[in-house]
Design a protein around this ligand. Structure first.
Ligand SMILES: [Zn+2]
Length: 262
């Protein structure tokens, strides 16, 4: 029996992912029996998952790799434009695990160096505390009012586009309560008919976005100044710059554009 030892390699420096040049401006994940870059001592190589019958392995670099004839480093978000979706999604998972690894070096209860016990579990050798990668859940809300939808520009957006109201889930809160609270806090509006749309892992650095559709129920727009620089209702023929295609927000907005009668 022949056993393949080929692996996909997810090599990161911060959010920069190492890709192999394939000509004509195309890129691919490095694939091979040995890593594309020599692994420095004391580097943990993480086994992430399998993809198309090959192991996925990931490690962090202490410094970026300079662009060469063979390799280039590209931001994780930008890699969406170049990689098959499953490869981009696995890169996101790898990025989350490397982030978790960096931020769980010591036991948060007693300060002892943690030991990696399983792919996604570390245990403190002194007090026995176990840690797993944690995920921050955030909601996205598409608020409809007659034939228009609510779009906002948050001060932390990287760019000039407008998007949906979003915010992090708080302890002890249901997702629907979070939706109503975030819309109220950020825009002063009340919403009703809150329904689930879909969700998306958001590895920047370790989130899960959960999308909801809601209908306007009352109130005047009063923006939360520290978070939002603009916010208004827009009709289909008057939309501002929208978020890029990779985001769930854009998928929701596109759905709304295509479903004027829902
Ligand atoms: Zn401990």
């Amino acid at each position: 029996m022949t056993q393949t030892t080929q692996s996909w390699w997810f090599v990161f420096y911060k959010d920069q992912l190492l890709l192999e040049k394939k000509g004509n401006g195309t890129f691919a994940l490095p694939c091979g029996e040995i890593p594309p870059i020599v692994i420095k001592e004391k580097t943990t190589v993480h086994t992430i998952t399998t993809l198309e019958g090959k192991n996925c392995k990931s490690f962090s670099l202490p410094a970026p790799i300079e662009e060469s004839e063979q390799y280039v480093m590209i931001g994780l978000r930008a890699s969406y434009e170049y990689l098959p979706l499953t490869h981009y999604q696995t890169a996101g998972k790898a990025h989350e695990i490397l982030h978790w690894d960096r931020n769980s070096q010591f036991c948060s209860a007693c300060g002892t160096p943690m030991e990696q016990k399983e792919d996604i579990m570390k245990r403190c050798p002194k007090c026995g505390r176990e840690v797993y990668p944690s995920i921050s859940t955030a909601v996205l809300v598409l608020v409809r009012k007659e034939n228009s939808l609510l779009l906002v520009h948050a001060r932390n957006f990287k760019g000039t586009f407008n998007s949906l109201v979003a915010g992090f889930l708080e302890t002890g809160e249901t997702l629907e309560e979070c939706v109503a609270r975030e819309v109220k806090e950020e825009t002063g509006l009340d919403v009703k008919n809150i329904t689930y749309f879909g969700n998306q892992p958001w590895p920047y650095p370790s989130g899960l976005m959960v999308g909801f559709i809601a209908d306007y129920a009352g109130g005047e727009i009063k923006l939360q100044d520290e978070e939002l620089s603009s916010g208004d209702f827009y009709t289909r023929d008057n939309l501002p710059e929208l978020p890029r295609k990779l985001s769930l927000a854009r998928k929701m907005i596109d759905w709304w554009i295509e479903h004027p009668n829902d």
